[in-house]
Ligand binder design. Sequence first.
Ligand code: SF4
Length: 305
Amino acid sequence: MPHTLLLAEPRGFCAGVVRAIDVLDAVLDREPPPVYAFHEIVHNRHVVDSFRARGAVFVDALDAVPDGARIVFSAHGVAPAVVAEARARGLRIIDATCPLVTKVHLETRKAARDGFDILLVGHHGHDEVTGTLGEAPERTTIVDTAADVATLAPRERPVFVVTQTTLSVEDTAGVIDAIRARHPAAEVRNDICYATTNRQLAVRTIAQRADLVLVVGSANSSNSVRLREVAASTGTPAYRVDGIADIDPAWYAGVDTVGLTAGASVPDELLDPIIADLRARGVTRIEPVVVATETVTFQPPDGLE
Ligand code: SF4
């Protein structure tokens, strides 16, 4: 049974998630339900369910939103076509897109305007990638893995590279190396954000000392899924769970040191019952393992005075 718990720091909420949650929270405080949100406000089941209970309705298409209604765009951002449609329908927009995602949109838009072909390193179908792709769909190709690079058709224009913000730091370096090998003159923006980078460094650090790593986060949370992969890449068994209910106590057999972290969309309160349970099982030493101190905050968006 475990005796030591290593707590990764930083872990859990990032500045973009705090801002998006604060936005929807404030709108629900001020306006009668339903309040519509385009896509899940952040990729966490617990957060989304608690907003649903207060009258938030999460939609994946604007058809489901009545004309003139309030709509909040999620932290992952939306394509310009969605913004245009929302405006044309008279929807009252509040845009909770993380400013670091907006930066990727602006880079992509400018690169297209400047005559580049764009390679967007990211996962097909992820909300953020779909939004960024929408900035210049005719000029942009999604590249998921280093193996994808070999299958790309020759580019007619100079190449510009942008990335999803929540990718694996290590895997992305490999994809960018492969792109540079094929397109030595490519202009590369590695847009993996500070929160993703810090959480991956922290989970790698605890995984190197732990016998088991638990990552709290939902299956559709890219950064949570990456945290489990980073932990497992050290050779330590690692599981992603939505909360304590997903933990199989058999995982603790023969384990002395447990590492615990959470994705950027996960409230710290979801870790409390896991920590209490580990104490009850015999953990007497809880050690925060700090790899970075985060001080980033973002201003609220327009329309939310
Ligand atoms: Fe913004 Fe990074 Fe958080 Fe995504 S993970 S919301 S890009 S700070």
